[in-house]
Structures are given as C-alpha cells and as structure tokens.
Design a protein around this ligand. Structure first.
Ligand code: GDP
Length: 483
C-alpha cells in the first residue's frame, strides 16, 4: 500500500510540475535565414547576454533592472536536437573562432524571471517567461509550395526553369543525365542516384552563380540536415513529356513519384506542422552586406529569394494546408547581420537597404495583423571604431583582428594582428545599390574578423559579448512579454 502511495504522490508531483509549467507563458521564437546569414551567432549571443546580464539598454526590462535571472531549462520537445550553446560559447570565447553554422533544426529553452513593470502585477510575484528558440535553415521554407503540387507539376516547373537559357550551362549536366534516362524503364537505384545528385549539383550551382535565381525547391537538397544521402532525397524531376497518366508500376517514373510524395509526407509536412506552425514570433536574418559586395544582381537575387521564403509567413497559408489550428506569428523582424563591418555612420544606411530589399516581399505577403520591422545589427561585435588620419584627412575606421589565414590587400594574417580599415561608405539612397547590372567597386571592404576577446572591468568582472543593436531586436521580439 505504501508503494502505491509513493507512486501516487510521485505522479501528483509530476502533475503539479506540469500544471505549474503550463501556467508559465511561452514564446516560441523562430530564428531563420539563408545559410551563413548569422543564425548560430545570433542565438549564441542572445543567450550569452541574457544569462550573463549583458549590456542591453534598449531592452526595457534590462535597462530598468527588472530581469532577475535567465537560465537554460530542458526544452519542451524531446525529439528535436538541442541547440548546442555551450559548445558554441566555448568556440567563441576560448578559441576566438566562429561556431559551427546551422545545418538542421534545433531548439533551446531559456527561462527568464523578471519583475513586472506594473505595480499590480508585481504584487502577484515574479513573472516567468519561457523563451523557446527554434533555429532552422531558411532554405526549408521553400518547400511549402510543394505541398500543393503533385509530381507532374513539380516536374513541369522544375524543367521549365532548368531549360531557361540563362541557366543552360549550369543545368546541362542534369539535363544530359535526364535525356539518357528512360522514365518508363525499370527503376534502378544507380539511375535515381545519378539524377538526384546531378539535380542537387544544379541547384547548388544556381546558388553559387549570381546570374541564376538561387532559391529552388526542394529545400533539403540545398540544406539536407540529417538526411544527407538518405533515400528520401534520392529523387529528381523527370521530363514531363515522358510521363504517362499514371506511371507503370516498377518504372523509374513510379519510383520518382513515390519518393517525391514521401519527401512531402515524411519531411516537409512534419516540419511545417510540428515546428513552423507553432511559432509565435520570427526573426529572419539577412546577410545583406555579402550581397551588397557582390553587386546589384546579387542583391536583386537576394530580394527574390527572400520573397520566396517569406511567402511561407503569409497568414493562413499554413493553417489552410493542414486544416489545423495554428498559432499566428504576430511579429516578424528582418535583421541585416554583421553590421560591425561598417562604421556607425553606415548602420542606418544598411537598415535602409535591408528595408528596400524586403519591401516588395512584405507587400506581397500581406502580413495583415503582424507587426513587421527591420534593423541592422551585429549579434557579436568583432570590431571597434577609431579614426585614422591619412594625408591630413581624418576618416572613420574600424579596428579588428582578421581571422587566421585571412588575406587583406595581399597580406595574409596570422590571427593575432589587429588592423585598422576604412570600411567604405554606403550610399544614402538605397536604390543606388540596386541599379545597374555590373558590380562597381565593392561598397564595403569585407574582412572576416576574429570574434572579440572578452573585456574585464577594473573590478575584474568579465563583460558579456559586445553587440550592435541586439537589444533593439530583443525589445521588438520579446519586450512586451517582459512588461
Ligand atoms: P548560420 O548559417 O545562419 O548559422 O550562420 P552563422 O551564425 O554560423 O554565421 C556565419 C558566419 O558569419 C560566421 O561564421 C561569422 O564569420 C559571420 N558572422 C555571423 N554573425 C556575425 C556578427 O555579428 N559579426 C561578425 N563580424 N561576423 C558574423
């Protein structure tokens, strides 16, 4: 009997724990962006600053000294990999190198205890907020439209694009393999593998080549996550002219169609239903500086890519596809990352260019009801500002330590030498960087700097990771929940 009592008490304890936890408000924050936009660095800096009481004057709760504690807690979803923040912090602070970038979805729960700003709420005790951060590759959002397509329409669209004269050379190896394959012949794995790998190479090449539009589904072909090499990704579009009404069982066409359907069912649907549809807030990170340096064509390409990605955020889009109740994303923030490559005078100009880049995408997506904002930030500031006098003229400059092996003006650096650099100026009118087709002189000199060494105060306390406008991003994303 006493054992039964113990068990009963145990399950009651568990129950109160669960109920207690349910009462804590939760914000699920999606962090996305194309590969190397800065997702990993952003999340790591966000957590490091909140947990270590970093300088966040534009986050009201922090400026007013109301954040009592922020700590990592077990995440709610046991089947999602955990964002490896400890390893990333270790790489950043101990090795002073950048952490391993995002390759798949991961999650982390940060619980923030705060004093409410209002006297009434304060008398009820300390507030708690679970901030569940979900990191995922922006490439995966390209797959949403696939859910509404059958294999034939996927093939039609894919082949139309592959045969576009602008990409003829990039698509040639795939088209040659396709021409040599017989859709109605017996399916054999090597043919499927050859077609899939040529198609993957073609998508990758589109991306590397700035003439071509970079963003084509399937998104996992660009960013496979844990599925690299798995049969779910071993398919490719076939020539629609060779597809019969319903493919003969056992044929290559039947195999490809089945795998396409499996990709939708087992990979795309679960991601949108289990992860994307549950987000409350979203930040979309954009490496606008990189595109800026590559010239107007790359910027226009980035604009188009973002429009495709953002289509997924259109209200009702996901819920209609799943006929389930979904949470609604009520705030979306676009952030141009790595602003520490610019002098302060240029941060607002970078912001203006970002706003211009996403303007059409935002318009098209009709985010009725959602607050949308855009800003330029550096989640981790790797540079300092200075002025340099050259030929009697004083110019704003940035100081930073180039990564080991980084080449600047023909010199290769060892990772221990700080240099001063005139970073370049962005134009006041954002239209200027979109106009024309040729890349002019790159407007920004883009050197990959080492992450900063942590500074200590006179009292010996270690300061948190420096940033630019990370606090403004946080105020927009979670400030209202800490009020
Ligand atoms: P992800 O693919 O979106 O996860 O991109 P990461 O967060 O790994 O960032 C890609 C690279 O961009 C990093 O390795 C850094 O070199 C650089 N980077 C990202 N954020 C910053 C930043 O705030 N400042 C600087 N200087 N570099 C950054």
């Amino acid at each position: 009997l006493s054992r039964l009592g113990d068990e009963l008490r145990y399950s009651l304890d568990n129950l109160t724990e669960t109920v207690g936890d349910l009462a804590v408000p939760t914000v699920r924050l999606g962090v996305t962006g194309l590969s190397r936009a800065g997702k990993t660095v952003f999340i790591t800096a966000l957590i490091h600053n909140l947990v270590n009481g970093g300088r966040l004057p534009m986050l009201d709760a922090s400026a007013e000294g109301r954040i009592a504690r922020a700590a990592l807690e077990p995440q709610p979803d046991d089947d999602v990999p955990r964002f490896d923040v400890e390893a990333h912090v270790e790489t950043l602070l101990t090795e002073r190198l950048w952490p391993q970038s995002t390759r798949r979805i991961s999650e982390l729960r940060l619980t923030i205890e705060f004093e409410s700003a209002s006297l009434l709420s304060r008398t009820l005790g300390r507030g708690r907020l679970h901030l569940d951060i979900v990191d995922y590759p922006g490439e995966w959002l390209l797959d949403l439209p696939l859910l509404e397509k059958d294999f034939r329409s996927f093939c039609e669209e894919a082949l139309l694009r592959a045969r576009d004269p602008a990409r003829a050379d990039i698509a040639a190896p795939f088209l040659a393999a396709l021409a040599a394959a017989d859709a109605n012949a017996e399916a054999v794995e090597p043919t499927a593998r050859l077609l899939a790998s040529r198609y993957t190479d073609y998508l990758g090449a589109c991306r590397a080549d700035e003439r071509a539009l970079s963003m084509l589904p399937p998104g996992r072909f660009l960013m496979p996550g844990d599925l690299e090499g798995s049969p779910a990704l071993t398919f490719a579009p076939l020539d629609p002219a060779t597809l019969e009404g319903s493919p003969r069982p056992g044929s290559l066409a039947a195999m490809m169609e089945r795998r396409f359907e499996a990709y939708k069912k087992h990979i795309v649907r679960p991601f949108f239903r289990d992860h994307f549809a549950r987000l409350d807030r979203q930040i979309v990170l954009v490496d606008a500086l990189n595109a800026l340096n590559a010239g107007p064509a790359a910027l226009r390409d980035l604009e188009a890519a973002l429009a495709e990605i953002l289509a997924a955020f259109r209200p009702g889009r996901v819920s209609r596809l799943f006929s389930i109740f979904t949470r609604r994303i009520d705030r979306i923030l676009f952030a141009a990352t790595k602003a520490d490559h610019l002098h302060r005078a240029d941060h607002d100009r970078l912001e203006a260019i970002l706003k211009r880049t996403v303007a059409r995408a935002i318009e098209r997506a009709e985010y009725s009801g959602a607050d949308v904002d855009a800003l330029a930030l550096a989640a981790i500031r790797a540079t300092r500002e200075a002025s340099v006098t050259h030929d009697g003229e004083t110019m704003p400059a940035i100081l930073g330590t180039p990564l080991p092996g980084e080449r600047v003006n023909g010199d290769t650096y060892d990772g221990n030498t700080e240099i001063a650099l005139f970073p370049g100026d962005l134009p006041d009118d954002p239209e200027e960087v979109f106009a024309g087709s040729e890349a002019r002189n790159p407007p920004v000199r883009f050197v990959r700097f080492r992450p900063p060494a942590l500074q200590t105060t006179a009292e010996g306390a270690t300061l948190s990771l420096p940033h630019i406008r990370l606090d403004r991003a946080l105020q927009f994303l979670i400030g209202d929940h800490l009020a």
